[in-house]
Write a protein that binds this ligand. Structure first.
Ligand code: ADP
Length: 402
């Protein structure tokens, strides 16, 4: 069965085409960037080794999806004979609020819920919905499935998702913690159990998803108990350009200092803070910051230590929340690739049961693997995330049920 996975952002549409029959495999994938802006480009790759890069004229998501469909059936580099082969389309949707707690077949009421969440996910939900509508137009009659970033975290108990603010703000306005990156946390926590040779029901996992955005989750028996992002992705870890946890009084102090309105302060904490702001080298890319640290830049060293310390504190907190831990898993761009950051996070944690094997930690590999010493009480692993595969799998499960 052919399943197309779509991740539609404000100016880009990413896609992956899977053959889910038998041994699941990726047939083609790529992205269209700078949609509606000058310099729109497309990258398309397929499993025969073709790589197509082209400047394209694409003004909106519907034209982008149309272009993707044309490439999939292109006589030279296409992977399908006809678009009729596409049996379902899985969409990454960021916010499902409290109503959507599982992957769902998209209908008018699901679209209304996605729209209801525009105010709490203004950057993501509108383009996600546009991507769905584009697919409805280009692939008429093909079922669309929404896989929500917030869904995996819907099992958090109230004591983990409530803020210390008047209860009516939760009851009437749904101000609470939701969490994001759920598709990745779901996939990686399941893979972590598999790496241990156990069932998800039997293990306690902490997943550190460290990418440009970063979040950490505490998973017990396959169910999320807590996660570091909140009402929006701003809460929690120090990220590439997001501030993470801080004293709320900083908000009005910085608004006064920088003469910002609410839109200005929102953009400031999302785009100008985190490692970009802390390291002071005009880059949020951890590779640049690590390089400057190795070259002796003290502010970069301090920024990396601050980033690592926040992760360390969450690991401690989540071990308390879970009442123990079997496996700690690192994933996403930083988690999968930065041996330096993993070592910084785990430094001084032997007393809690973590012992890193330095040689294993320094190996670069695309495989899921243990990096703990043989006498480490808690297992430590690097597990590459694969959100597209997870979305394809969940989409298949929904349409198979139908
Ligand atoms: P997102 O999907 O949130 O955009 P990714 O998971 O792709 O992010 O991660 C991007 C981050 O991973 C960047 O900050 C990048 O610097 C970091 N990264 C990638 N490779 C390395 C590496 N070898 N060492 C340190 N950081 C890395």
């Amino acid at each position: 069965m052919i399943i197309l996975v779509i991740n539609a952002g404000s100016s880009s549409v990413k896609f992956t085409c899977f053959d889910m029959s038998g041994e699941k495999k990726v047939l083609a994938g790529g992205l269209i960037e700078r949609i509606g802006i000058e310099g729109t480009s497309m990258k398309y790759t397929n499993n025969k080794g073709d790589v197509i890069k082209a400047e394209v004229a694409v003004k909106d998501a519907q034209e982008a999806v149309k272009l993707i469909s044309e490439n999939l059936i292109d006589p030279k580099h296409g992977v399908l004979k006809s678009l009729d082969e596409v049996k379902a389309i899985g969409h990454r949707v960021v916010h499902g609020g409290e109503k959507i707690t599982d992957p769902v077949l998209i209908d008018d009421s699901v679209k209304a819920t996605i729209r209801d969440c525009f105010s709490i996910a203004p950057l993501h939900n509108p383009p996600n919905l546009t991507g769905i509508e584009a697919c409805e137009a280009v692939f008429p009659g093909v079922p669309n499935v929404g896989v929500f970033d917030t869904a995996f975290h819907s099992t958090m108990p109230p004591h983990a998702f409530l803020y210390g603010i008047p209860y009516d703000l939760y009851e009437e306005h749904k101000i609470r913690r939701y969490g994001f990156h759920g598709t990745s946390h779901a996939y990686v926590s399941r893979q972590a159990a598999a790496l241990l040779g156990s069932k998800p029901e039997d293990v306690k996992v902490i997943v550190c998803h460290l990418g440009n955005g970063g979040s950490i989750s505490a998973v017990d028996g396959g169910k999320c108990q807590d996660t570091s992002m909140g009402l929006t992705p701003l809460e929690g870890l120090i990220m590439g350009t997001r501030c993470g946890d801080m004293d709320p009084a900083i908000v009005w102090n910085v608004m006064n200092i920088k003469k910002l309105d609410t839109a200005g302060i929102d953009s400031f904490f999302n785009k100008k803070c985190g490692m970009l702001g802390l390291a002071g080298i005009n880059s949020s890319d951890l590779r640049d910051i690590e390089e400057a640290h190795l070259a002796g830049n003290k502010q970069c060293t301090q920024a990396l230590e601050t980033y690592a310390y926040r992760i360390k504190k969450y690991i401690g907190a989540y071990m308390a929340a879970l009442g123990g831990l079997d496996i700690l898993a690192f994933t996403a761009g930083v988690g999968e690739n930065s041996n330096t950051m993993r070592e910084m996070v785990l430094k001084g944690m032997a007393g809690l049961g973590f012992k890193l094997d330095k040689d294993k930690n320094d190996v670069r590999s695309p495989e899921a693997r243990f990096i703990n010493a043989s006498d480490s009480r808690i297992k430590i692993a690097v597990i590459p995330t694969d959100e597209e595969q997870e979305i394809a799998g969940q989409t298949l499960a929904i349409v198979s049920k139908k």
